[in-house]
Design a protein around this ligand. Structure first.
Ligand SMILES: Nc1nc2c(c(=O)[nH]1)N[C@H]1C(S)=C(S)[C@@H](COP(=O)(O)OP(=O)(O)OC[C@H]3O[C@@H](n4cnc5c(=O)[nH]c(N)nc54)[C@H](O)[C@@H]3O)O[C@H]1N2
Ligand SMILES: Nc1nc2c(c(=O)[nH]1)N[C@H]1C(S)=C(S)[C@@H](COP(=O)(O)OP(=O)(O)OC[C@H]3O[C@@H](n4cnc5c(=O)[nH]c(N)nc54)[C@H](O)[C@@H]3O)O[C@H]1N2
Ligand code: SF4
Ligand SMILES: [Mo]
Length: 733
């Protein structure tokens, strides 16, 4: 649906909530402190709602205490995201609290960077050290010379402190290493992106096309539940993946595509659908911009041509094109999430957006719904200081369609000192060593810093490079900001402390506030405790903090999420229409209609390195969680059986992988399988930790990140395509 009606929804919500505020008037109510919850612990079972943080999906959960000790975590039945069921990682969340490898107190580096030799210090000493360095950097280079990398909602208050300090250089790998190209591709096409949680109406789709998107291994809870529901309802599933994924095992059609050639398939599908008049003509004639140029551009992509590129049988290409069109508008080509594959990713995502447009599924059941939210105002802080220097990540607007800050752009500026030097890094809840391609560049950048602060819960690789490490309480031990979700139905959810932190760990809000006070920025923290902050926000719309603490969720009024029959859509693109042909792209010197280019072939004896998720782990953050480790404590390298045979390898053997730059991995177990093509290998991301203090996970499995020395930057938005690395096998280990 369109932004106009979304604005209308917002207005309605605001009015309804305003009335509620006037009626209930909960301002000034007494709030129980975290300590009091603690004192109120009684023998027996206690249930405390919160929301999960084993990934950032924010599923509503209920934590159980038995005799005052953390016992288990389950889904909160009234939470719209989890619907009472957590994914296996969320259930294993208790392991985060009990992890014996946790950081226990603030640390200051005592020898060379990266040596992992520390002195334990008090919080006061840590803040004094940090504030002094920050002030020095500010005096010499300006406040903009400090950057923050932050992933997830826990970063809210550090962002606030750093903006108050005077920097806008704040970034997360979830853009340039993850969903950035997808969001830009959809924005260029529909004027809006697909947001997170994705606005995909998976459960009502009659045909679901997954390109990569390995739902079932990628465990984003709501999507997986909806996917299961759709399958139960008989949805036709088409999976395009070089590897026979869990999702592929549920598919009616499985297309084992040659890696990097998806754009060839997408363009061909569209050509077939257009030529055979199988698309939604009414939608296209009403809302399409540049459709004629588009059809002319794609007219030469035939199934026979695509066969040569993709390796997919032409008949199967035609059959699946028909299948996709047959169920429109309830035909959903999933936009994917981790889209940073080959460097042409925004254009591939644009092709996915255009195929969806041909289905006329925008704002329609089984396609893309319009997410709704509650209108909870943010806290009224003083304005942040303005910077004349701008951000460093995208000098001269080199990547014209980047609408978020580019992590690797900040890294680049830190290495080159251009457009201006970056001398301080704060790293909150992101393991840049595992998340950014080319570890060497990350370390080179770190070596240029005068200050590096890492806020983490475990001694991650990135913490190993810090000058100061600040140990955070895990999510079960703290409040975070309330989650005002954009979803099918509006709701607010609360993360609140369930148990105390076992050592001297502190929540992010406390650290960010203390640091601000050290920097004479106390006017940016007019509240004393985060409870006051949350209470303020809730009271502004008439909601009760007590109720939220008790239930974990406050639901809002249901609102329509699909376009009414006959309603006119508006698209916030320059033309106000769905841009089959993009003048914006043409104007910036890019292909106005996506064009296919061949991927690079692996050198002889090398295989393309692909990677993905395992259902029981989140990135590189859960490998030392003993509950999840018990289920999977190392990763495997998937090698096609024929290839394995040729190298004399069988499942269970250990090998090392060597990439074209000569980087050799830790040893990894072979999985010889028919379930992968012969030109690529596959492993789960996040293993192969080499931080010595991570005792449980140390050197278990191999790290894909270490082998990802090559990357191709997407010229439209600066994202790093990372599926461009080739490895060979070192059999003697
Ligand atoms: N359990 C678990 N779930 C998670 C996460 C987690 O850490 N753990 N992380 C979450 C996050 S942040 C994200 S972004 C998502 C990522 O999950 P997705 O968005 O699903 O990631 P993809 O990169 O699409 O998926 C990897 C799949 O793509 C296939 N693939 C590789 N190359 C190609 C290609 O060239 N063409 C095609 N068609 N397929 C290819 C791989 O074989 C693999 O099956 O998962 C989310 N869910
Ligand atoms: N090679 C490779 N690179 C990738 C990917 C890949 O699959 N392979 N995936 C890409 C994708 S899709 C994404 S979204 C990014 C994600 O990349 P990251 O944002 O780096 O994700 P995580 O590995 O979850 O890193 C989280 C860090 O936060 C710490 N942490 C966990 N809980 C807390 C907490 O409560 N507080 C604090 N302060 N810290 C905490 C963890 O210990 C870990 O060090 O990586 C991208 N980069
Ligand atoms: S998807 Fe799983 S890990 Fe992520 S928030 Fe939900 S339950 Fe937690
Ligand atoms: Mo991601």
């Amino acid at each position: 649906m369109n932004s106009l009606s979304r604005r209308k929804f917002l207005k309605i919500t605001g009015a309804v909530l305003g009335t509620a505020a006037a009626l209930t008037g909960t301002a000034g109510m007494v709030v129980k402190s975290a300590k009091k919850i603690d004192e109120a612990k009684v023998k027996g079972i206690q249930k405390i709602p919160t929301y999960c943080d084993i990934c950032f999906w924010k599923c509503g959960a209920i934590a159980y205490l038995k005799n005052g000790k953390l016992w288990k975590v389950e889904g909160n039945p009234i939470d719209p995201l989890s619907k009472g069921r957590l994914c296996p990682r969320g259930t294993g969340g208790v392991g985060a609290h009990y992890d014996p490898d946790r950081l226990k107190s603030p640390l200051i580096r005592k020898s060379l960077r990266g040596k992992e030799e520390w002195v334990e210090v008090t919080w006061d000493e840590a803040f004094d050290y940090i504030a002094e360095k920050m002030n020095k950097i500010k005096a010499q280079y300006g406040p903009e010379s400090i950057a923050l990398f932050s992933h997830g909602i826990g970063g809210t208050f550090f962002k606030h402190t750093l903006k108050a300090f005077g920097t806008q250089n704040i970034s997360a790998p979830s853009f340039a290493q993850c969903r950035g190209p997808r969001d830009v591709g959809f924005k260029l096409t529909f004027g809006e992106d697909v947001s997170s949680p994705e606005r995909t109406d998976i459960k009502n789709a009659k045909c679901i096309v997954l390109i990569g998107s390995h739902l079932g291994e990628n465990m984003h809870n709501t999507q997986v539940q909806e996917f299961a529901e759709a399958i139960e309802n008989g949805a036709s599933v088409i999976v395009v993946d070089p590897r026979y994924s869990v999702a592929a095992s549920k598919a009616k059609y499985y297309l084992p595509i040659k890696p990097g050639t998806d754009l060839a398939l997408l363009l061909t599908w569209m050509n077939i659908i257009v030529k055979e008049n199988l698309y939604d003509k009414e939608f296209v004639s009403r809302y399409g911009f540049g459709f004629e140029q588009f059809t002319a551009e794609i007219s030469h992509y035939t199934p026979e041509w695509a066969y040569v590129e993709t390796g997919i049988d032409p008949e199967l290409i035609v059959k699946t094109a028909h299948e996709i069109a047959r169920y429109r508008p309830a035909s959903l080509i999933h936009p994917g999430r981790h889209a940073t594959w080959y460097g042409d990713d925004t254009q591939r995502s644009r092709a996915i957006a255009l195929l969806n447009a041909l289905m006329g599924n925008w704002g329609v059941k089984g396609g893309f719904y319009t997410p709704v939210s509650m209108d909870v105002p943010s806290y009224p802080y003083p304005p942040y200081p303005e910077s004349k220097k701008g951000k460093v990540d995208n000098p001269d607007n080199k990547y014209p369609f980047a609408h978020e800050t580019i992590t690797n752009g900040i890294r680049e500026a830190t290495i080159t000192g251009k457009p201006y030097p970056i001398k301080g890094w704060f790293v909150y809840a992101t393991n840049l060593i595992h998340a950014l391609p080319n570890e060497e560049e990350t370390i080179k950048a770190i070596q240029n810093l005068d200050l590096m602060v890492v806020i983490d819960v475990i001694p991650s690789e990135i913490a190993g490079w810090a000058d100061v490490v600040l140990p955070e309480s895990v999510y079960l031990e703290r409040y975070d900001d309330i989650n005002v979700e954009w979803f099918r139905e509006p709701f607010v959810s609360l993360r609140q402390p369930v148990v105390d932190s076992p050592h001297d760990q502190k929540p992010n809000w406390w650290m960010a506030k203390k640091l601000a006070e050290r920097l004479d920025l106390q006017n940016y923290y007019p509240w004393n405790h985060i409870e006051e902050y949350i209470e303020y926000r809730l009271n502004a719309v008439g909601y009760s903090f007590e109720q939220l603490k008790k239930d974990g969720i406050i639901p809002g009024e249901k609102q329509p999420i699909f376009t009414e029959e006959g309603a006119l859509l508006e698209f916030p693109t320059p033309s106000g229409k769905v841009e089959f042909y993009s003048l914006q792209l043409a104007g910036a010197g890019f292909d106005p209609v996506p064009k296919y280019t061949k991927p690079q072939e692996p050198p002889p004896g090398y295989f393309r390195l692909l990677y993905g998720r395992a259902p029981v782990h989140s990135f590189g953050r859960t490998q030392s969680n003993r509950v999840l480790m018990d289920m999977m404590d190392e990763n495997e390298i998937w090698i096609n059986s024929d290839i394995a045979h040729r190298y004399g390898l069988k499942s269970g053997d250990y090998i090392k992988l060597k990439n074209i730059d000569g980087i050799v991995s830790n040893k990894i177990k072979v999985k010889a399988t028919e379930r992968i093509r012969t030109d690529c290998v596959y492993m789960v991301h996040g293993f192969g930790h080499n931080s010595k203090m991570l005792k449980g996970a140390y050197m278990k499995g191999a790290s894909d990140a270490e082998l990802i020395t090559q990357y191709v930057i997407d010229p439209l938005m600066g994202g790093t395509g990372m599926n461009v690395n080739f490895v060979t096998f070192e059999v003697e280990v």
